[in-house]
Design a binder for this molecule. Structure first.
Ligand SMILES: Nc1ncnc2c1ncn2[C@@H]1O[C@H](COP(=O)(O)OP(=O)(O)O)[C@@H](O)[C@H]1O
Ligand SMILES: O=c1ccn([C@@H]2O[C@H](COP(=O)(O)O)[C@@H](O)[C@H]2O)c(=O)[nH]1
Length: 206
């Protein structure tokens, strides 16, 4: 089993890179775990109060659950990955059965802030796009797919995303084995990562 951690700021292109890696691997050989699935259950709060949560601080993440699920995978066991709704700012109550595969990809903005999780990764990748690129992408995405308006996204960016990025996410770049520049689509880097994955899998199997 090869466990790959992929981090980077919001809008850097993590999900896109993961999709590009996954599309080339046989579906029965890879599974993806998103840190977003591990936002704390906040069913006890009203929607209004949930919108006030700082989702870019490590305390927003149920790391204990993520660690326990990764341990289960390493032991060869399946687990139930929660499904998260960005519109409701909460888990939906549904889960996806996630089973051990040859390649496990874990992606999310804060996954390298947790020492035990960091230790579990065989390859650590940081996806880097400049902050203006990330803001533009975040604006477009949150308005079209996450039900936000322009003022909400800009206020959140200034008050939360930018300071949290500088305090918690950018410093984890030092833990990365590979940094992918993604101001543009970077097919060369994705090809290199695919090659590394195949080499490591061949090494494990031989
Ligand atoms: N290299 C890129 N160049 C231009 N747009 C990109 C690039 N990578 C991702 N995008 C777009 O930016 C948005 C955010 O990308 P996404 O992969 O969801 O980022 P993340 O998962 O890091 O938040 C998406 O709409 C995606 O299509
Ligand atoms: O309910 C929520 C939970 C999180 N967010 C924002 O999502 C991003 C992380 O996802 P990316 O795909 O890496 O962008 C984070 O910056 C949170 O602010 C949210 O808007 N609502």
């Amino acid at each position: 089993m090869l466990i790959i951690g992929i981090t980077g700021g919001t809008g850097s292109g993590k999900t896109t890179v993961v999709e590009q890696i996954v599309e080339e691997l046989p579906p029965d050989e890879v599974c993806v775990i998103s840190q977003d699935s591990y936002y704390h259950d906040t069913s006890h709060l009203s929607l209004d109060n949930r919108t006030k949560i700082n989702f870019d601080h490590p305390q927003a993440i149920d790391f204990d659950l993520l660690v326990s699920h990764l341990r289960e995978l390493k032991k060869g066991n399946s687990f139930e990955q929660p499904v998260y709704s960005f519109v409701e700012h909460n888990r939906t109550g549904e889960t996806i059965t996630t089973s051990p595969k040859k390649v496990i990809i874990v992606e999310g903005i804060l996954i390298f802030t947790h020492p035990e999780i960091r230790e579990m990764f065989d390859i650590k990748i940081f996806v880097h796009a400049d902050s203006d690129e990330r803001l533009i992408r975040r604006l477009k995405r949150d308005i079209t797919t996450r039900g936000r308006d322009i003022n909400e996204v800009l206020a959140r960016y200034q008050n939360t995303l930018k300071p949290m990025h500088l305090q918690f996410i950018e410093p984890t770049k030092e833990f990365a084995d590979i940094i992918i520049p993604t101001n543009k689509y970077n097919t060369v880097a994705v090809d290199l990562i695919r090659t590394i994955i195949h080499q490591k899998l061949n090494h494990i199997e031989s």
